[in-house]
Design a protein around this ligand. Structure first.
Ligand code: ADP
Length: 541
């Protein structure tokens, strides 16, 4: 029993020891037990020949057997040796784990067991051999082992008590932080869902219940797909995959519209943030959603208002140009008139030269086309149409504007030079709005040069932008812009002109930003330069 207990204790308490050694030690001990009954008087004596007397401490006298030792005892000794080897081996393994508790345990428990087994076994052998006169009592020896075990175990009891106390406090703080988490989740304005690794909703807050129209019990335990419109599902998977690949918490639904599916089947535009959460045994994703219905409506209203203002400003600008535009139309009309009169004169003659009349008619048609073109461009700018973003050649924008403003620029004695890079890749944008921007920049440039002496000169340049896309710039030889105002001039109602409103540049800026581009001003030696970049269309190479 003692041998079994020691082996069991060492095995479970040290979490070490070779099994075969343990089995071998047990097998030899069992064999010794059998031999104890099968051979001699017992395993110690082949024969007991007499009784000796031994005096113990304190003068107590006890009878001890005297006889021939049993040779089969060797099996018990082998068993003891195996037990010692097993315990030494297990203690070494424990010692190698390195921490102080393991080392103390290996030394104290392992050491005392080995010592006691060795002492008890040798002592017993000496008594049987008749070298020592003493009773063969094992108890005192193993008492030391029990004491060592008890000492060690009492440490464990204390540690367990401390651990329990710690566990209780951490349980309390866990409950407190759980309550805090719940309170935060319940009180934030966002709709919150906690989704587990299987895609099932495990937690919702009242805002989520309001957003989706389900009661808590209707959502918890159900797959999250319940809350996503069918047509979104494949996109949702892509989101998840890209999210898993790159675990930034992206805000979704900003660049691309994202919808939540309400219980009644309606779709609610939302913005979504995902945050992975890891517990010991499971992973979750915290989904935070904001209903952006109102924001989207406001954005749409703002966009409509922006378009209306930009249209108004376009009309106002064309009002300023009306004199020179009238002239643009008048010229071909005059041509038509004089050509028609000439034709009438030719036809009044007797010898009508039909070839000449034909030539005149060709001229009339040409002039008519010219006038028609001017009117077409004017109508396009005056019309309050939908913004149409499509791939376009930025040089054609410059051409259109030049045709419209040519006369005005000539009247103002402004020399215009252009530097248009041929074969630029198409940008994506609204032709009319981009014309409006360029027209505005050109007219501002003319106005800036009115106050300064020297030849007024405007230079328009198109080229590939440094960071990709296409750049269009307008530079002049006016007074430039005070460095502190370089950014401010794009704010609404900032003007230095007596009759200015200060809306032109702000509208241009809004238009370019809405095109995904950039518009900024720089001072160049003797004037200002306005540069605008536009992103390339997807169709561009
Ligand atoms: P407005 O023309 O009604 O003043 P804008 O928004 O077009 O409104 O221009 C705002 C201000 O920016 C102008 O008042 C002027 O001071 C400055 N500005 C615009 N273009 C130029 C330029 N090419 N050179 C110098 N200053 C300019």
């Amino acid at each position: 029993m003692i041998v079994l207990s020691i082996i069991g204790f060492v095995h479970f308490y040290f979490e070490a020891g070779r099994r075969w050694l343990a089995y071998a030690a047990i097998a030899f001990r069992l064999l010794a037990l059998l031999l104890n009954f099968a051979t001699g008087v017992n395993l110690n004596f082949q024969d007991v020949t007499g009784l000796g007397r031994a005096t113990l401490w304190g003068g107590v006298v006890v009878a001890v057997p005297v006889g021939i030792p049993n040779a089969w005892q060797i099996f018990a000794q082998i068993g003891n040796l195996l037990l010692v080897v097993f315990v030494v081996d297990a203690s070494i393994t424990l010692w190698r784990r390195g921490d102080s508790v393991a080392r103390r345990r290996a030394l104290l428990v392992g050491g005392s067991i080995v010592l006691c087994v060795v002492v008890v076994a040798s002592f017993g052998a000496l008594i049987v051999a008749g070298a020592v006169h003493a009773p063969t009592i094992l108890t005192p020896g193993f008492l030391v082992v029990v004491l060592a075990m008890g000492y060690e175990l009492s440490w464990d009891v204390i540690a367990a008590a401390q651990l329990t106390a710690k566990l209780r406090t951490s349980e309390i703080s866990l409950r407190a932080s759980e309550e805090q988490f719940r309170a935060v989740v319940e009180s934030v304005p966002n709709a919150i869902l906690l989704v587990d690794g299987q895609g099932k909703v495990t937690l919702t807050n009242p805002q989520a219940q309001a957003l989706f129209g389900y009661a808590r019990e209707e959502m918890v335990g159900r797959p999250v797909e319940l809350l996503i419109p069918q047509w979104h599902l494949s996109a949702h998977e892509t989101y998840h995959q890209s999210y898993a690949a790159d675990a930034r918490p992206p805000v979704m639904g900003v660049a691309r519209e994202l919808y939540a599916l309400h219980k009644d089947g309606s779709e609610v535009p939302v913005e979504m943030v995902l945050k992975p959460m890891q517990t010991v045994d499971a992973s979750f994703v915290l989904v935070s959603l904001v209903d952006v219905t109102e924001r989207r409506q406001n954005e749409r209203t703002a966009a409509r208002q922006r378009d209306e203002i930009s249209h108004l400003s376009r009309v106002a600008m064309l009002g300023e140009l009306s004199g020179s535009i009238a002239h643009e139309i008048n010229q071909p009309l005059m041509g038509i008139l004089s050509n028609a009169q000439a034709a009438q004169r030719f036809l009044a003659r007797d010898d009508v030269n039909l070839d000449e009349v034909r030539e005149i008619l060709v001229d009339i048609v040409e002039d008519d086309k010219r006038a028609g073109e001017v009117i077409r461009r004017l109508r396009a700018l005056l019309k309050k149409g939908e913004v149409q973003n499509r791939p376009l050649d930025i040089n054609s924008v410059v051409d259109d504007v030049m045709r419209l403003a040519r006369n005005d620029l000539m009247n103002r004695d402004v020399a215009v030079s252009t530097e248009l890079t041929p074969d630029l890749p198409p940008v994506v944008g609204d032709q009319i709005q981009l014309q409006q921007v360029l027209l505005n920049l050109v007219m501002n440039a003319c106005e800036a040069m009115e106050a300064v002496s020297g030849t007024p000169q405007v230079h328009i340049r198109t080229r590939r932008a440094d960071g990709g896309g296409v750049e269009m710039s307008v530079s002049d030889r006016g007074g430039g812009i005070p460095p502190g105002d370089l950014e401010r001039i794009f704010e609404p109602f900032v003007t230095t002109k007596e009759h200015g409103i200060g809306l032109g540049l702000s509208i241009c800026h809004t238009i370019i930003i809405a095109h995904g581009g950039r518009l900024w001003a720089e001072n160049i030696g003797g004037g200002a330069m306005f540069r605008c970049t536009l992103p390339l269309s997807d169709h561009a190479e």
